[in-house]
Write a protein that binds this ligand. Structure first.
Ligand SMILES: [Zn+2]
Ligand SMILES: [Zn+2]
Length: 386
C-alpha cells in the first residue's frame, strides 16, 4: 500500500522537533531510545531490541523468503553545547543540544522503517541500527562488543550525515576514504628537575620536550609519502616547572589524522622513533601512548555504486554527485565498516545552515523525506524481490 508522503513528512517533522527538544549525551540516550523503540513497535517490525551496547536499539523487518540482510544506521546522541536558537522546539536540557543533526538522522531512519514496514517492496531482512555515543567514537564499538553482528547479522551497511552548506535535496559520496581517522597521542618525558640557576645539577625536560615537538614536524614532511595525506598536531605541552625551578616532568599531547590504516601505523611508528631518539639525545626517559579514537571511514566501491543508483531514484539525478575529496572529520560509522562493506554518504542541510557543532545549528526538516526515501530505496535495491 503506497504511503501518503506529505503526511509522512509532517509526522517526521514532529518527531524530529520532539527529539531536538530533548537532546541526550552519548550513552545517556534513554528517552531517545525509548522513543525510537516505541515507534518501531508501532510500525509493526518483527523484532525491536533495546539496550544493545548501552542505549542502542536494533529493529528487524523481514519480508519474503530471501536470506540476505542489510543494515541501515543512524546515530542518536547530542553534544554538550548550549543552544542559541529561539525555536519553540529548542533544547529543554540546558547545556546539551542536537548540534550535529543526529535528531534528523534518527528521524530519517524511523521514516524509512515506517515506509518499508508499510510498503514492503523487498525480499530479505532489514536491520535498523540506532547507535548511541557517536560523538565519542564509542557507541559503535559498544554495540559490536554486545554481539551486534552475531545477534543481528547483516552483510552490508549504509549511513547518512547531513552537511551544512550543501543544498537540501543533494546527495554526495565517494568510493574509498570519505572521513578521516583520528588518533590521539601523549608523550611523557621524565628527568630530574632543579634550580633554574644550576641546570647542570639536574636533568630538566623542557628543552627535550621542545626538541621533541619540533622533531615531530618531520613525520608528515619527511616520513610520509608525498601522495599520502596526514596531519600531526601537537596541541598541548605542560610541565611541572615553575618560575625559578626547572621541570622534571613534561607532557606533550596531540592529535593525528589520516585516511589509510597504513598511514596511521606509520605515524605511530615514526613518533615512537622520534620520541625515543630525542629522549636519548637529552638523556631523559620517555613514554609514548598512542590511541586510535576513530578509524578512517572507507566506503566499498561496489556499494557506493549501489547507493548512487538508489539515490538517483530519490534525488534529482543531477543532484547526485561524487565528492572530490574525503573530509578530515571523523565518523564512528567506520567501526561497522571494519566488519562489513558499506557506504556512508552526505545529504544537504542547506546553504543557510550554521556549521555542525555550532550553537546556532539546526537540522533542516526539508531534508527528512529525502533521507527516509533514500534509506528505503537502498534497502529495496539491495534486497530486490524476484
Ligand atoms: Zn558531530
Ligand atoms: Zn554527527
Amino acid at each position: 500500500m503506497a504511503m501518503d508522503l506529505d503526511a509522512l513528512e509532517r509526522e517526521m517533522t514532529a518527531w524530529r522537533r520532539d527529539l531536538h527538544a530533548h537532546p541526550e549525551f552519548g550513552f545517556e540516550e534513554k528517552r531517545t531510545s525509548a522513543f525510537v523503540a516505541a515507534k518501531l513497535r508501532e510500525f509493526g517490525l518483527d523484532d525491536v531490541t533495546e539496550g544493545v551496547g548501552g542505549t542502542g536499539v536494533v529493529g528487524t523487518l523481514k519480508r519474503g523468503s530471501g536470506n540476505r540482510a542489510i543494515a541501515l544506521r543512524a546515530d542518536m546522541d547530542a553534544l554538550r553545547i548550549t543552544e542559541q536558537g529561539t525555536q519553540d522546539y529548542r533544547s529543554q536540557n540546558p547545556g546539551t543540544m542536537h548540534a550535529c543533526g543526529h535528531d534528523g538522522h534518527t528521524t530519517m531512519l524511523l521514516g524509512a522503517a515506517k515506509l518499508l514496514a508499510q510498503e514492503d517492496g523487498f525480499d530479505g531482512t532489514v536491520r535498523f541500527v540506532f547507535q548511541p555515543a557517536e560523538e565519542w567514537g564509542k557507541g559503535a564499538l559498544a554495540m559490536l562488543a554486545d554481539g551486534l553482528m552475531e545477534r543481528f547479522p547483516f552483510e552490508e551497511i549504509y549511513g547518512l550525515h547531513n552537511m551544512p552548506g550543501f543544498p537540501v535535496g543533494h546527495f554526495q559520496t565517494r568510493a574509498g576514504p570519505i572521513m578521516s581517522a583520528e588518533d590521539n597521542f601523549e608523550i611523557v618525558l621524565k628527568g630530574i628537575g632543579g634550580h633554574a640557576a644550576r641546570p647542570h645539577w639536574g636533568n630538566e625536560v623542557l628543552v627535550a620536550a621542545c626538541a621533541t615537538v619540533m622533531n615531530l614536524q618531520t613525520i608528515v614532511s619527511r616520513r610520509l609519502s608525498p601522495t599520502d595525506v596526514g596531519v600531526v598536531s601537537v596541541t598541548e605541552l605542560t610541565t611541572d616547572g615553575t618560575r625559578n625551578a626547572l621541570p622534571g616532568l613534561a607532557r606533550i599531547l596531540g592529535d593525528a589524522r589520516s585516511f589509510r590504516p597504513e598511514v596511521s601505523a606509520e605515524i605511530e611508528k615514526q613518533m615512537r622513533i622520534i620520541a625515543e631518539g630525542t629522549a636519548l639525545t637529552y638523556n631523559v626517559a620517555t613514554e609514548v601512548t598512542y590511541t586510535r579514537e576513530f578509524v578512517p571511514t572507507l566506503n566499498d566501491a561496489a556499494l557506493v555504486d549501489a547507493a548512487f543508483a538508489a539515490a538517483r531514484t530519490v534525488f534529482e539525478p543531477d543532484h547526485v554527485s561524487t565528492a572530490r575529496e574525503p573530509m578530515t572529520g571523523s565518523e564512528d560509522f567506520a567501526r561497522f565498516l571494519e566488519h562489513v562493506p558499506g557506504c556512508f554518504a552526505f545529504v544537504g542541510n542547506g546553504k543557510q545552515s550554521a556549521p555542525l557543532h555550532n550553537p546556532a545549528y539546526d537540522f533542516n526538516d526539508d531534508g527528512l523525506l529525502y533521507g527516509a526515501r533514500f534509506h528505503a530505496a537502498v534497502a529495496r535495491q539491495r534486497l530486490r524481490s524476484a
